[in-house]
Design a protein around this ligand. Structure first.
Ligand code: PHE
Length: 345
């Protein structure tokens, strides 16, 4: 009888030793120590034994059970330690490896220019106004002194959505909104940067959508000299110290007098080069004194106040500043082009 117990014990200990994984060990546990396992089977043999042999037999089976349990538990601990070690090894992270670089886009050159202009004018106490790109004919044309049938409407070929709604053709529409909003109260000092749209065929110098920044100042005794001083300051900040500006007579329905503004060529310092086509001057913007009728239509008394306004094309400024010769570069989103502006961020 005791031999049988010894065999079971030996077989169990061997099986424990051979178990390579916790799963295998668990199978061994079920096989020997389970309710229907081999050691339990030995126990049930006890019933058939004569009474006087029972205690000794019981003792031996219990010893066997204890030994097997003890060895199994020890093995289980070993295997658990091994399993944790293997898992740690497998999930090891090398914290000294260089991380993945996250590519961040660069600021678009037109936004760089916009930011620069905003900073410049905020510094002079202007506020930055915003308005809708989908605009009413009323603000884009009517209030700007360009009634229906006015020939000046041809200057700005327009995308109409319906007879009274359009994509704004100039930021002057925002100027009108701001004038109206002020209810005749001065002073007004603001810039309005934003996108504008015209029905142009795209080429190196035309784009059906481009950006402008409008400037507007209305108050008592605002003069053309103030406009000139302001634009000269802007030209010096944007194109480098020493820039001069000059006014040439022009025509806009919403300003009187109206001027085209040239800046002395920053490339040749006014001597004449291929960029300024030998003239020493480069046209950068349109401007003028706000037309008295515009002031009147918007609820201001032109006898008591006056104002100046200007509108600058941001593409034009960016092209001059960064030496870009095709306006389409701003809109085709070629990363090679855009990435060259990372150093300006
Ligand atoms: N709105 C004019 C244009 O788009 C520019 C301008 C603005 C001229 C303000 C004078 C005053 O060409």
């Amino acid at each position: 009888m005791s031999e049988q117990i010894a065999d079971v014990q030996q077989a169990a200990l061997q099986a424990i030793e051979h178990a390579q994984t916790l799963n295998e060990l668990n199978e061994v546990k079920v096989q020997y120590l389970g309710k229907k396992g081999e050691i339990q089977a030995l126990m049930s043999q006890m019933r058939a034994l004569p009474k006087e042999e029972k205690p000794a037999f019981g003792q031996m089976v219990n010893d066997c059970k204890e030994t097997v349990t003890e060895v199994l538990e020890k093995k289980q601990q070993d295997l658990e330690v091994q399993a944790t070690a293997a898992k740690l090894e497998q999930e090891k992270i090398d914290v000294t490896l260089p991380g993945d670089t996250i590519r961040i886009g660069t600021t678009h050159p037109l936004i760089l220019i916009q930011n620069e202009i905003e900073d410049l004018f905020l510094g002079m106490g202007y506020k930055v106004a915003e308005g809708p790109e989908l605009e009413q004919d009323h603000y884009n044309f009517e209030l700007a002194n360009i009634p229906a049938d006015h020939p000046a409407r041809d200057m700005q070929d327009t995308f109409y959505i319906d007879p009274t709604t359009l994509l704004r053709t100039h930021t002057t529409a925002m100027q009108m909104r701001e004038l109206e909003k002020a209810h005749g109260q001065t002073p007004i000092k603001l810039i309005c940067p934003g996108k504008v749209y015209r029905r142009d065929d795209d080429d190196a110098t035309h784009s059906h959508q481009f950006m402008q920044c409008e400037g507007l100042v209305v108050g008592e005794h605002v003069t053309l000299t103030d406009l000139k001083g302001t634009l000269e300051f802007m030209a010096n900040k944007m194109f480098g110290e020493g820039r001069k500006i000059r006014f040439r007579p022009s025509y806009f329905p919403f300003t009187e007098p109206s001027v085209e503004v040239d800046v002395s060529c920053p490339f040749c310092n006014g001597k004449g080069c291929s960029v300024c086509k030998g003239s020493g001057w480069i046209e950068i913007l349109g401007a003028g004194m706000v037309h008295p009728h515009v002031l009147e239509m918007n609820g201001f008394d032109p006898e008591k106040c006056s104002g100046f306004a200007f509108g600058v094309g941001l593409e034009r400024v960016a092209m001059l500043k960064y030496g870009i010769n095709d306006i389409r570069n701003f809109y085709i989103n070629d990363e090679r082009f855009l990435n060259t502006f990372d150093r300006f961020d």
